[in-house]
Design a binder for this molecule. Structure first.
Ligand code: DQA
Length: 143
């Protein structure tokens, strides 16, 4: 199974950015752990700070052979109708992940434009949320 992880703006700074919220590990470090832990899955990772690039990646994922997408749209979660439309427009399931518990933060972060069209949302489990999302695709496959 081929899965794509997409991270949105500022998540390139994981490890340095507000470690009390997002932890002290870089995503590259964590991604290596994921690859090691899920050797039977072909995992790819894409990060961009640019809304349109995230949308293009969503559009191209099927053609690139991905069977599922795990997306942390970061701040665009709360603002981007364009990313929400892109998620709604593609056939591949998108699992929405947030590292922090967005429901326990500022009100603006309680709103997700993405959730309605996501296969599911995982929030508040730190980086483990990505692991849980991969697991959800594996479980789905076994159904
Ligand atoms: C985030 C939560 C968002 O509100 C925030 O803008 C982010 C990261 C998370 O993973 O907890 O950049 O998506």
């Amino acid at each position: 199974m081929k899965l794509l992880i997409i991270n949105g703006p500022n998540l390139n700074l994981l490890g340095k950015r507000q470690p009390e919220i997002y932890g002290s590990k870089t995503f590259d470090q964590y991604f290596s752990e994921l690859q090691f832990g899920f050797q039977e899955i072909e995992l790819a990772f894409y990060q961009s700070n640019v809304e349109g690039e995230l949308i293009n990646k969503l559009h191209n994922a099927q053609e690139e052979g991905f069977e599922g997408i795990i997306m942390n749209p970061a701040a665009y979660t709360h603002t981007s109708l364009a990313i929400a439309d892109a998620v709604a427009s593609i056939e591949i399931a998108v699992v929405e992940v947030h590292i922090s518990n967005v429901m326990d933060r500022e009100k603006i972060r309680h709103i997700s434009m993405i959730s309605k069209n996501a296969a599911g949302t995982i929030a508040g489990f730190g980086l483990d949320g990505y692991k849980l999302a991969i697991q959800s695709f594996m479980n789905k496959r076994e159904e």
